[in-house]
Ligand binder design. Structure first.
Ligand code: AKB
Length: 337
């Protein structure tokens, strides 16, 4: 008998690590995780981890035959900076990988006669502010504004949002009978900061990198200007957003893609906060103009009213709590300071 299963792709990444820890804590049964990398020791004995590629269709078909997949958290992705260096590989993983999983979830929904829930982390990177003036004029963007991404990653995320909406609303629209559709739901995350993992391959990485470097007493040269501003959120809130959206009654949802955020700060603000906790930290600013251009094209903040209204989204960690209750204590603990 196939077991009802929660499937998590990109499980060895930052969000995957935190989501699995949270689901295990909540006693969620039957977690199936997938990643090209092995899973961290502390986690893998409590769940079934498959080391494999989401673009491997035969692997996906094998998993479908062995597991009754009820919910998919599709976290696997090449992030913005890395995707700029390998755009074809990014397209393969971010788009073809997602397409394969959407098709799998669509087939499963028909098989089961019930929608598979497909939870997809999108990103602030779907936005493209044409200039710093426009960025200043639109400090808190709505979901439908400035969807002109200027990175491969941002384009991938926006297209996959649309694919998810297509498979949930219009798939097989010419068929005589409407098939059972999958239930795609997505959040557009700001930059994420974890106390327990360090980012790799993103462009919002300067924030977490600065804190972890200070804790390790390493000098840090920030690759964006001091005034560069985008929204951020700590990992526990990101996990809350994914789980709360997944649990929301479908009839409450007025859209399938939602902004979520906690606060917005400049790279200079980051430096000031870090110096309050690590007085000897050596932080300098050596902007990489091209990477800074990507950050400048992202909005200073996002409007998440719809998420608050439709499924009760609310971050638990404001700026103060993020740094003084979550980041600094846990990072000091991590580096035994
Ligand atoms: C990145 O920097 O690529 C990601 C993101 C903002 O989605 N952290």
């Amino acid at each position: 008998m196939r077991k009802n299963t929660i499937m998590i792709t990109g499980a060895s990444g930052e969000i995957g690590h935190a989501l699995i820890s949270s689901l295990i804590e909540q006693g969620a049964p039957n977690i199936l995780s997938l990643d090209v990398r092995p899973l961290e020791i502390g986690l893998n004995h409590k769940i079934t981890h498959i080391q494999g590629d989401i673009c491997d269709r035969s692997l996906l078909e094998r998993l479908v035959s062995e597991y009754e997949i009820e919910t998919i958290f599709h976290l696997a992705a090449l992030l913005s900076t890395r995707a700029e260096f390998t755009p074809e590989a990014a397209h393969r993983v971010n788009v073809e990988g997602t397409m394969g999983l959407l098709q799998l979830a669509s087939n499963q929904s028909e098989w089961r006669g019930r929608p598979v829930k497909f939870i997809f982390p999108s990103s602030v990177a779907v936005y493209g502010m044409p200039s710093l003036d426009v960025k200043a004029q639109f400090p808190k963007v709505r979901e439908w504004e400035w969807n002109y991404p200027r990175t491969m990653y941002g384009s991938n995320k926006l297209y996959c949002e649309m694919l998810g909406i297509y498979y949930s609303e219009y798939y097989r629209q010419l068929a005589v009978e409407r098939p059972v559709m999958l239930d795609f739901r997505s959040v557009r995350f700001p930059g994420l900061i974890s106390a327990f993992t360090v980012p790799s391959g993103g462009t919002s990485d300067y924030g977490p990198e600065m804190i972890h470097a200070a804790a390790k007493s390493e000098e840090y040269a920030c690759f964006v200007r001091e005034d560069s501003q985008i929204p951020f959120m700590v990992m526990p809130d990101a996990i809350t957003a994914l789980l709360r959206l997944a649990a929301a009654p479908v009839e409450k949802l007025t859209r399938r893609v939602y902004n979520v955020t906690s606060y917005s700060l400049t790279a200079g603000d980051f430096r000031d906060l870090v110096l309050k906790s690590f007085a000897k930290a050596q932080i300098s600013f050596h902007p990489d103009l091209k990477r800074n251009g990507i950050v400048d094209s992202w909005p200073a903040d996002m409007n998440d009213n719809d998420a608050r209204r439709d499924w009760g989204w609310k971050p638990s960690y404001d700026l103060e709590r993020s740094f003084y209750e979550y980041l600094f204590p846990n990072i000091k603990n991590r580096y035994r300071i």
